[in-house]
Design a protein around this ligand. Structure first.
Ligand code: SF4
Length: 445
């Protein structure tokens, strides 16, 4: 059981030295009990106390990692039920199935179709991150072969899905160096599946129909020596599943009930593409860490991925683009150079207007911590020094031979100081970037 704030307090040095950033040891104890602080933040806590506090300091939801290298994914380690309380950490992993009934070219084509489900959205790459091989054939050999083919031909993480310990053992032998997620163990196979997971160093999904059963199963698997567990609530009633997933989230995060303190996986394998989108989006919202779908239709996958990236955006951190110089069209040394800020919405609005002008140009993106031009200027994140530094850092001088910089009309007031700081001629652009095409064609020379 988790320790209360007062129980934690009794184990702290009680010197109120403030090295942890808190005004008192009691405040630190309360923060630790609520998972708002890390034990490491107190440098003076004794080794003996550390051991006793380990349970209280452990994250309420365990981080589970599968896949390797570039295709490694991690799920879990969430700390809040609602995003506005802080933020969500590990975006839901969207996985797509490959049936082990497929062979030869059909199998190859299906793997290629899953691999191709990658997109770009406001400068960020989003896509399917795992392949779930399903043991539809019932054959251990077919399952092992299909898993091996996916491992060899897909850059994505792998989830091996079978109820048969024999099939799982055969597949795990072939793919263990890719650290797949094994899904999964049931009450009657828990021991055998845990043995396979342990021997091959893989995380294991615990599958049962009720919260109580899934909690019992996770404890059983843990007792067998498997620490990395993913919970799977079975049953096809979506309403019930959403209700139970929400209860599990509250029990794990608010009550710190350890048997439920793991990420979750849900399967959406029935219905057409639209029905799968409807069910999967609900499960992404509440609160599946991994959602496995059957469809490979890009028009069905994209809205799910878009939802994931929206939900998992830090609400306190605006979406940003990388600060650097972006060439629009094929600019040369005579092309215009202008700047804007790294707030995504601002950048992409400017970019699309510059593209519309058909005047090849450079856009220098200044790091203003994701704020728009006026907000950055009024918060002193956009001034002559930040612009001059960005010009130096991103080699604006090396890209053009003229020394003219177009600045947003809203910050015309910067012109004088910016001219002094850069020795460039400052040209005040339009206040609204929708006027940039006209400006670039008629005013820029
Ligand atoms: Fe107390 Fe440790 Fe914080 Fe100092 S650093 S105030 S001893 S909890």
């Amino acid at each position: 059981m988790a320790l209360t704030g007062l129980e934690i307090f009794k184990l702290l040095p009680k010197t109120n030295c403030k090295k942890c950033g808190m005004p008192t040891c009691l405040a630190f104890a309360m923060a630790l009990a609520q998972k708002r602080a890390k034990l490491d933040d107190c440098p003076d806590v004794s080794e003996e106390a550390k051991e006793k506090l380990a349970a209280a300091a452990a994250p309420p939801m365990r981080k589970v990692v599968f896949g390797t290298g570039d295709n490694e994914v991690q799920v879990g380690q969430e700390t809040v039920v609602f995003r506005h309380e802080e933020k969500f950490y590990d975006p839901t992993v969207l996985a797509v199935t490959v049936s082990d009934k497929l062979t030869g070219q059909d199998l190859k084509k299906r793997i290629e179709a899953v691999n191709s489900l990658q997109f770009e959205r406001v400068g960020t790459k989003i896509g399917v991150r795992a392949v779930a091989v399903i043991n539809d054939s019932g054959s251990a050999d077919s399952f092992a072969q299909a898993c091996k083919a996916v491992k060899d031909e897909s850059p994505l993480a792998l989830i091996a899905v079978t109820e048969s310990p024999d099939a799982m053992a055969a597949a795990a032998k072939q793919i263990k160096d890719g650290v797949p997620l094994l899904a999964g163990a049931k009450a009657d196979t828990a021991e055998a599946m845990a043995k396979i997971a342990k021997e091959n160093g893989c995380p294991l999904a615990a599958c049962a129909e009720s919260i109580d059963a899934v909690a019992d199963l996770s404890e059983k698997i843990k007792a067998e020596g498997v620490e990395d567990i993913v919970l799977c609530l079975e049953g096809s009633n979506l309403q019930e599943k959403l209700y139970n997933l929400s209860r599990m989230r509250v029990l794990s995060l608010k009550k710190v009930f350890r048997p439920l303190g793991y990420p979750t996986i849900s399967f959406v394998l029935e219905g057409d593409a639209s029905q799968q989108v409807a069910a999967a989006t609900s499960l992404i919202c509440k609160y599946s860490s991994i959602v496995v779908v059957e469809t490979v239709e890009p028009h069905a996958i994209l809205p799910m991925l878009t939802l994931v990236s929206n939900i998992f955006t830090d609400p306190q951190k605006p979406v940003q683009v990388e600060p650097k110089v972006y060439p629009i069209g094929e600019p040369d040394e005579n092309s215009p150079m202008m700047f804007t800020t790294n707030f995504s919405l601002t950048y992409y609005t400017v970019e699309s207007d510059v593209e519309a002008s058909r005047v090849p140009s450079y856009i220098l993106v200044v790091d203003t911590e994701g704020t728009s031009v006026l907000t950055a200027y009024s918060g002193d994140k956009l001034n002559e020094k930040t612009v001059a530094n960005a010009m130096t850092k991103h080699n604006a001088e090396g890209l053009v031979k003229h020394r003219k910089l177009i600045i947003p009309g809203y910050v015309a007031v910067m012109s004088g100081k910016l001219e002094e700081a850069t020795n460039w001629e400052i040209m005040v652009g339009p206040r609204e970037c929708s006027m940039l095409p006209k400006y670039l064609k008629e005013v820029w020379k």
